[in-house]
Design a protein around this ligand. Sequence first.
Ligand code: NAD
Ligand code: UDP
Length: 333
Amino acid sequence: MPFGRQVRVYRGESVKIIVAGGAGFIGSHLCDRLVAEGHQVWCIDNLQTGALSNLAELSTHPNFHFLQSDIRDPLPDLDCDQFYNLACPAAPIHYQADPIGTLRTCVVGTLNALEFCQKKGARLLQASTSEVYGDPTVHPQPEKYVGAVSCTGPRACYDEGKRAAETACFDFNRQYNVEIRVARIFNTYGPRMSVGDGRVVPNFVTQAMTGKGLTVYGSGSQTRSFCYVDDTVDGLIRLMNSEGSVVGPVNIGNDEEFSVRELAEIVTTMTNSKSPVVYKDLPQDDPHIRRPDISRARELLSWAPTLKLREGLGPTIAWYQTRLAATSKVRTK
Ligand code: NAD
Ligand code: UDP
């Protein structure tokens, strides 16, 4: 037996779940899904990059509770069976705005979450990232690849923070038998990525819809693999509820790969936009390729993404249309 503790695992019954970072993009979709499945959900969030509007539909649900709190501070004394730790700004402009704060959120926040889980006998799922692979020299990236991360560059607060957070998870497991799951999430997109988020999908979609130039950084030949948020959330829930020795890390992402220039073309076509492409400097340490090897998720979780990029961009574009229309109405009032 890899673990000395019996943790309640969801098999159709209601469990008590904490989602730290639940007011953010992925976290709010995760809360939606967990509440819809009948669980008691406590969302803990300091609202640094998240928004209560993401939780508007849940706010009156009797099984949903929101606590404005920072993961770097001691956690509230709540009963808990499962703890999803998504608390961390994820967009480069946000995590680089306060790099020391980001490092603390990754390291101190994850240590707090692990100590809490040790005390409560809860299982922790850590939202790690493809950034632990850095600018990879192995392609696609399997979990056994140890990565090529700059520990001094502007992305390091996030990349190295998330790597240290993984270390903390595995050491809490080895030293204190805390049950852990580590999801290495690859670029995820969909409704509720805020308009000013700065990541490539919200930037391109909103630029295309408002007639602004699509800002391609560098030559645009760098690649990413984009996963629709519902698929990512499904992967996280499967990983959390996986049995036995499946403790991760497990890549959760879409293995279709696109260059940034290709993404710009797809978005321009799908939005019927006349916006030009404008080239800007490539940010320092920007990874030149990225695609997950998802064999492990397929095998251990029977999980694979269900939506192709164009299928996921449909509802994403529709969401931004509504958002931008609402904003312009407010402005013209
Ligand atoms: P997001 O910025 O929309 O959500 C992060 C949430 O965490 C926000 O609600 C924010 O207010 C909250 N938060 C930040 N610092 C906190 C703190 N110290 N205490 C409490 N709450 C805090 O980002 P997202 O895209 O939804 O990402 C969610 C998680 O998934 C992050 O941990 C991120 O590293 C990871 N991830 C996301 C992606 C992606 O493509 N979206 C890829 C890899 C990993
Ligand atoms: N990118 C871009 N234009 C933008 C925003 C991002 O060309 O307006 C590029 C960025 O340089 C990177 C890729 O798109 O190569 C994905 O960037 P994002 O910030 O979405 O995620 P990450 O770099 O964390 O994968």
